[in-house]
Design a protein around this ligand. Structure first.
Ligand SMILES: Nc1ncnc2c1ncn2[C@@H]1O[C@H](COP(=O)(O)OP(=O)(O)OP(=O)(O)O)[C@@H](O)[C@H]1O
Ligand SMILES: [Mg+2]
Length: 284
């Protein structure tokens, strides 16, 4: 994604806007009855631009997944507002919430754990369509096979179980399931972390292709700033529940203002060669 294009697109209204979002957890001590309050997300304000990839980075425990679950409406914030497509959605319930769900999808790191091991690939992809009653019978199977093809999986594997697939193929399966309902917003929580560099590069290429065909907006949570450098339009840096730095990829990575961002930048790996290898392979 080119940052200049992203900045132009950013002139449009944000797809997601968050203000004053906070989420606490109460934990009990292991050896006492004392309770501890954890401020997982603290007074977060942010905007996510449509059809862009925003990366959310930060050290372990900084609150990235909690924020993501709130944005995916899987968890209710204690305070604050979440605006999606111009509508405040953080307190929605029942039918209103059900009609929003297809538009916001989340993919987790552990794709093996998230995919039902007893279901076939086609059943996994078809399940959301079935639940939403968008297809049935032969149509449902056909649509699942089309989605497999779209994410680079052979429909010949439609009857195989997730454990027969490799890590990268399982991520493709999770992506096919996530796009089945044609979401506008896709959150990937460390989805690429366990994959080798070549597979990461291939999946990122797939995400980029899908962004064009499906007009998708991504929030990519990751630790790896090399990856962010390669694909993000915008970057949010989280530290102790707060967003401590934000901006275009260039702004944040070329002249980081916060000491924590500078610290993250010092732990960079080289993904570039993996990308080059994937692109060479596609050309040959
Ligand atoms: N369901 C929960 N119950 C209690 N505490 C939680 C819960 N979920 C998260 N926390 C706590 O909230 C804080 C933020 O956790 P969170 O998982 O959001 O961080 P993270 O940035 O995603 O970390 P990681 O990079 O390791 O995935 C941590 O201190 C964590 O222990
Ligand atoms: Mg997390």
């Amino acid at each position: 994604m080119r940052t200049e294009q992203a900045v132009k697109r950013a002139a449009k209204p944000a797809l997601v806007r968050v203000s004053g979002l906070s989420k606490q957890y109460v934990q009990r001590g292991a050896f006492s009855r004392r309770k501890f309050v954890i401020d997982a997300v603290r007074e977060v304000d942010l905007e996510i631009q449509p059809r862009c990839l925003t990366a959310l980075v930060g050290e372990s425990g900084s609150g990235k997944s909690t924020l993501a679950r709130c944005l995916a409406l899987l968890e209710r914030p204690d305070k604050g507002e979440i605006w999606f497509e111009g509508e405040e959605v953080s307190r929605q319930r029942g039918r209103e919430l059900a009609s929003l769900r297809p538009k916001i999808q989340m993919i987790f790191q552990d794709s093996a754990g998230a995919l039902n091991p007893r279901f076939s690939a086609a059943e996994i992809i078809a399940e959301p369509l079935e639940i939403q009653r968008l297809a049935s019978g032969h149509q449902l199977h056909k649509r699942a096979c089309e989605l497999m093809e779209e994410v680079g999986l052979s429909p010949d594997w439609a009857d195989r179980r997730p454990l027969e697939f490799s890590g990268g193929q399982r991520q493709r399966l999770a992506i096919a399931r996530a796009i089945a309902l044609q979401p506008a917003f896709l959150i990937l929580d460390e989805s690429l972390s366990k994959l080798d560099l070549i597979t990461q590069a291939q999946i990122l290429q797939l995400l980029s292709d899908l962004q064009t065909t499906h007009a998708l907006t991504y929030l990519l949570i990751c630790h790896d700033l090399t990856l962010v450098k390669r694909v993000a339009d915008f970057v949010l840096v989280m530290h102790h529940g707060k967003i401590v730095e934000r901006g275009t990829r260039q702004d944040v990575l070329s002249s980081p203002q916060h000491v924590h961002t500078r610290h993250l930048l010092s732990s960079v790996r080289d993904l570039e060669s993996a990308f080059r290898e994937v692109q060479r392979g596609e050309r040959s």
